[in-house]
Ligand binder design. Structure first.
Ligand code: PMV
Length: 327
């Protein structure tokens, strides 16, 4: 009798969200969910998605304890293409931070589920392959397969895939991120619909795409030299350009609230006075402030004082996902 490998009965994965300093906004291929541009991100250690998967009688999903049919449909369709021979799955996922409010919960969510399903099915995909699969669910999720500071390159040709490169481990350059939480509600327009609206209607879209490679190279160079001022310059430029193409879409995509402006202005004033800090925002009103550990405490208390800021989440850089298997 030949020994059968013992089946894994349950697999769980922890993954962290990430925030882009050089932003991705726009798809080259909506079918394969391929980005039109590269991006560069920080993996956030203090925020976490924890996903557990097991074989089930039918596909089921709970998110923070609630069943979410609208998320389940997208997730199981994605898993059908990422793991074509998969069995029915029972999936439970917990986020310790607001879901779908521009805090990149889809990034950590797709990264965690891809790692957990790979573990359950013993597919044995490489980290790079798992990143490509996660990117099929949510473009930014590919970056959450790595810790520290991560660069994603867009496909060079239409038959190509994304490429990922970790540029620094968390200990190499211990940056900090302060997330000014302004509104925890779900975003008004999701990123897939928003990106297509921008691509098809903004008169500035081609300028955004054409100027992107330079930003990515400047940021990569700044990371290599641990040059905070240079990284801050390109981070803010990429963030303002992305929101400019969002706002110049028709109808306009305006993710800002008054408190977002308040935090961005405060940080600009502090930075002009020599504080190492810069801002970025995604498809939601939260402002993420990147800084260094020595400046973080004072900066966090200044941001907390801005009218409309509900709380500030502080995070250092995090590691790649961790998977646990139960036999
Ligand atoms: O991964 P998606 O499809 O949610 O898109 C992310 C888009 C931004 O968060 C706005 C920018 C980025 O690069 O993360």
């Amino acid at each position: 009798m030949t020994d059968q490998p013992e089946q894994i009965s349950r697999a769980s994965a922890h993954a962290h969200p990430n925030i882009a300093l050089v932003k991705y906004w726009g798809k080259a291929d909506t079918g394969r969910n391929l980005p039109a541009t590269g991006s560069l991100s920080l993996t956030l250690g203090a925020l976490q998605t924890h996903t557990t998967v097991a074989r089930g009688a039918s596909d089921t999903l709970t998110v923070n304890g609630d069943s979410r049919p609208e998320m389940a449909e997208r997730l199981f369709r994605f898993l059908d293409s990422a793991f074509p021979d998969r069995p029915a799955l029972s999936i439970d996922t917990q986020n310790d931070f607001p879901t779908a409010a521009g805090l990149a919960s889809s990034a950590s969510g797709f990264a965690a589920v891809v790692c957990a399903v790979d573990g359950l099915l013993q597919s044995g995909h490489s980290e790079h392959r798992l990143a490509q699969l996660a990117g099929g669910g949510s473009g930014s999720a590919a970056r959450s397969l790595y810790g520290g500071i991560v660069r994603l390159d867009a496909p060079a040709t239409e038959n190509d895939d994304i490429r990922l490169r970790p540029l620094a481990e968390p200990a190499d350059w211990p940056l900090e991120v302060l997330v000014a939480v302004i509104d925890e509600g779900p975003k008004a327009v999701g990123s897939t619909e928003g990106m297509e609206r921008t691509r098809t209607t903004s008169p500035y879209y081609s300028g955004w795409i054409d100027s992107h490679a330079r930003d990515l190279d400047l940021a990569t160079d700044a990371v290599g030299k641990r040059d905070f001022a240079a990284l801050a310059d390109v981070t803010e430029h990429s963030f303002f350009k992305m929101h400019a193409v969002m706002m110049s879409s028709q109808p306009a995509l305006l993710y800002w609230l008054p408190a977002s402006v308040g935090v961005v202005r405060l940080v600009a004033d502090l930075r002009a006075r020599g504080v190492p800090a810069c801002c970025t925002m995604d498809a939601g009103p939260q402002v993420k402030v990147v800084t260094t550990p020595d400046a973080a405490t004072e900066l966090a208390s200044a941001i907390t004082g801005v009218a409309g800021v509900q709380r500030v989440i502080r995070s250092g850089l995090g590691n790649a996902p961790v998977v646990n298997l139960e036999r």
